[in-house]
Write a protein that binds this ligand. Structure first.
Ligand SMILES: [Zn+2]
Length: 103
């Protein structure tokens, strides 16, 4: 079973307690009604979907119910680290992707 560390509860919990909430750090326009259709399409539908490291939002839906961010490797499906919502993207990632850490 995949374990995910909630940075608020400060413990690893089974993945069944969590829900993926899409890509993290997607900037919302201050004037979304003024966006062109193409720019709105990019904001609303287009995601990076990389093979490798991805930054995602997750919610501890059956725990504290809070949103947080996670760095996950899409190839190995391993969580590299989790951090609280509102914090910037980590500038350095752990060398060993097997080291699941929380800020
Ligand atoms: Zn939690």
């Amino acid at each position: 079973m995949l374990l995910i560390r909630c940075p608020y509860c400060e413990e690893e919990r089974p993945e069944l307690e969590f829900r993926n909430a899409g890509e993290a750090h997607v900037a919302r326009s201050a004037n979304i009604a003024g966006e062109s259709d193409d720019d709105f399409e990019k904001f609303f539908f287009i995601r990076s979907n990389p093979k490798g490291i991805i930054y995602e939002r997750w919610r501890h839906i059956h725990g504290c119910a809070r949103f947080f961010n996670a760095v996950r490797d899409t190839v190995t499906d391993k969580f590299i680290m989790t951090y609280k919502a509102g914090e910037p993207k980590p500038s350095k990632l752990p060398k060993n992707s097997n080291d699941v850490v929380s800020k």
